[in-house]
Design a protein around this ligand. Structure first.
Ligand code: NAI
Length: 516
């Protein structure tokens, strides 16, 4: 490729091909950033409609005081529908957002190669096709790069800048800087199945589906735990219902197949059945939930109020997650003297019941290992100081009295208490450990940096914290223990630990972290 500008200058021409949901969003953002934007669609009425809709979107922004009226007028004037691809000849950048089909994309770029200048960058917004494969039939594959936006484009900050095998670094760098100039938060990634977000997010759905399969709780309860304990904006079941099970199931299948059947990504028979039934989520009125007039949201399981216990102590050494919860219990008036731990692991002792943060083993298994029947475990909290809910699981051998004392303790500290059945890893911990494991593998395999994966998951799917930063805060050793215990419990390769997690711990046993 000839010399490229570090960033595409304002005023340069950007052509957007395909004016559906994504193309029109990309055109809006590029015009706002000062580019002349040419919008092409094989259905000219679709492009006209998109131009009109973008005009309306600008008017709304002006009305809400988020955009200056003059800027909006000028942005609108910079936007034009073109009737033929030939009219894109002067573009410095072409962004493709047509159907998700390899042959269609290859044909389009081949045609564009004969139209645009030598210095024009070609970008694809594909969400699932190999960027390397799209570029393979071009005369100059080095100028093609992935520019993967998220829906809705004007609101979602993330852009994954995807390099195929042949993509020239300067091309990816210019697209990265240009996305930044458009007010986006770009990250670099290698062309690999699912790129960053669609790969690393798989466990968010998969582990929830496994929890449901194993009857840990009903969907409404698992959703509430992920939201209220984990801080996720939407629970996995309501999110899958929103995305549509056909779409979500097909993304999972495509990632699973692209990784040649890696058990990490095995699709769920539960979701397959929903698709079989045509219960695709909100759009069909039924998925995990029912939608429509007069349909009540199912209740979230919540334990009845129990008496406040008298004696609560801290057992074992101090760790950050225990200390944070201890601070909240102490605020609720518990004295919390310190006592020896049974098995060296820290936790609480509540009227004789041992209370631990889940380490991936069930409460039942832990009770047996410690010879201490009255054992209760709790799920990971994003924010122990502010969480409104805590999820507990009790050992099968735990007495009602001991369990009720633990429930009363957390209720006295202001938590709604939700019980999950005693499954390995509970809900939030198991999800976060698997997200972090996938994120660590993406880094280990050179797909992206640790910083990039955390930005991608926060900006692309609104996670409350990047998975690696989250693993740092829980402690990498604890995350590895959870994964190793899940692997033992299920005997499945799905839960194999990322070599990078083990390497970090070996290099720095007490202070292993991804981020300084
Ligand atoms: P869409 O179906 O809303 O829009 C596609 C548009 O492209 C249609 O207007 C269609 O007439 C037009 N088109 C089809 N073939 C064409 C061709 N050869 N030349 C010109 N125009 C053509 O699809 P959507 O959702 O906007 O997706 C577009 C691309 O963006 C796909 O590759 C998709 O995988 C990707 N993507 C979609 C996301 C989403 O959430 N919808 C998120 C990120 C990427």
């Amino acid at each position: 490729m000839g010399a490229l500008p570090a960033v595409l200058p304002r005023g340069s021409v950007v052509a957007v091909i395909g004016s559906g949901a994504m193309g029109s969003g990309i055109a809006q953002v590029a015009a706002t950033a000062g580019h002349e934007v040419l919008l092409f669609d094989t259905r000219p009425d679709a492009a006209d409609k998109a131009v009109a809709e973008i005009g309306k979107a600008y008017a709304k922004l002006v009305e809400k005081g988020r955009m200056d009226a003059l800027d909006a007028d000028q942005a609108r004037e910079r936007l034009k529908r073109i009737g033929t691809l030939q009219e894109a000849a002067g573009a410095s950048l072409v962004v493709e957002a047509i159907v998700e089909n390899l042959d269609a994309k290859r044909a389009l770029f081949t045609e564009l190669e004969g139209i645009v200048t030598d210095s024009c960058i070609l970008a694809t917004n594909t969400s699932s096709i190999s960027v390397t494969a799209i570029a393979a039939t071009l005369r100059r594959p080095e100028r093609l790069v992935g520019m993967h936006f998220f829906n809705p484009v004007p609101l979602m900050a993330l852009v994954e800048v995807i390099s195929g095998i042949a993509t020239e670094k300067a091309v990816a760098d210019t697209v990265y800087a240009t996305a930044e100039a458009w007010g986006k938060n770009p990250v670099h990634a290698k062309s690999t199945p699912g790129f960053i977000v669609n790969r690393v997010a798989r466990p968010y759905y998969a582990e929830a589906l496994r929890l449901l399969l194993e009857q840990a709780a009903e969907p409404a309860t698992i959703d509430a735990v992920l939201r209220d304990c984990g801080g996720f904006r939407m629970g996995p079941f309501e999110l899958m219902d929103l995305i549509g099970h056909d779409v979500n199931f097909s993304v999972t299948n495509s990632v699973y197949n692209a990784y040649f059947g890696d058990p990490r990504f095995t699709p769920s028979v539960l979701q397959q059945e929903l698709v079989n039934a045509g219960f695709l989520g909100r759009k069909t009125g039924r998925g995990f939930y029912r939608y429509g007039e007069g349909v009540d949201k199912p209740a979230v399981q919540e334990e009845a109020p129990q008496a406040r216990p008298e004696h609560v102590a801290i057992i074992g050494g101090a760790t950050a997650p225990i200390e944070a919860l201890a601070a909240r219990l102490s605020k609720a008036g518990f004295e919390l003297p310190r006592q020896e731990a049974f098995d060296g692991t820290p936790g609480f002792l509540c009227q004789g019941a041992a209370v631990y943060l889940t380490d991936g083993r069930t409460a039942t298994e832990r009770a047996a290992a410690n010879w201490h029947p009255n054992t209760v475990i709790y799920d990971l909290l994003l924010d122990p100081a502010g969480a409104t809910r805590i999820a507990l699981a009790r050992a099968d051998q735990c007495s009602d009295a001991a369990y009720h004392a633990v429930v009363g303790m957390f209720q006295a500290a202001g938590f709604a208490v939700t019980r999950l059945d005693d499954v390995p890893g509970m809900a939030v911990m198991r999800t976060v450990a698997m997200l972090a494991n996938e994120a660590a593998d993406a880094v280990n395999q050179g797909v992206c940096s640790a910083r990039a994966v955390d930005i991608a998951m926060q900006k692309g799917v609104n996670y409350p914290r990047g998975p690696l930063a989250w693993a740092d805060s829980v402690g990498l050793e604890h995350i590895v223990a959870v994964l190793a215990n899940l692997a033992t419990a299920y005997g499945e390769d799905r839960y194999r630990v990322s070599p990078l997690l083990r390497r970090k711990i070996a290099a720095n046993p007490h202070g292993a972290r991804f981020h300084a």
